[in-house]
Design a binder for this molecule. Sequence first.
Ligand SMILES: [Zn+2]
Length: 157
Amino acid sequence: MMDSQQVRQLLAVVIAYDNRKLADANILAWTEAARRGRWTLAEAVDAVHEHYASQSVWLMPGHVSATIRARRQDLAQREQAGYQIAAAAEVRELVAGVGRHVDDVAEHEPAPVPSKWRSACPHCHAGPGAPCVRPSRDAAPVALANVHPSRLNVAAS
Ligand SMILES: [Zn+2]
């Protein structure tokens, strides 16, 4: 949003082109137009240059508003297009990643059962292929990393 100081800066640019004489009422009118059009100083100055670079019509606040509006729409469309391109690239990447993942999984054989687990454990009665367990007071039995010595003897025999 532009304050009256910025409106004066803007009108200095306008005067450079058309030598208009400004009264306080003009400054108030332009300030109001800036407020309604939500101009920024940079956008408005650019719109003034754009206007006088391309046409010889006496500049009115409506010209500035229209130019700023067109710029913003153009920018929004470019951004939208940018997002879409980025989103499409991201999807392609994801899809490629999914493909790789499936290949990885397909190449992997199921992990072999450790030989120490081939037979059932005579101590804790863990079945073949299952780890030895130790009973737990308040929860399910806890799997052990090692096997009971008696199970090793069975495996060895
Ligand atoms: Zn066991």
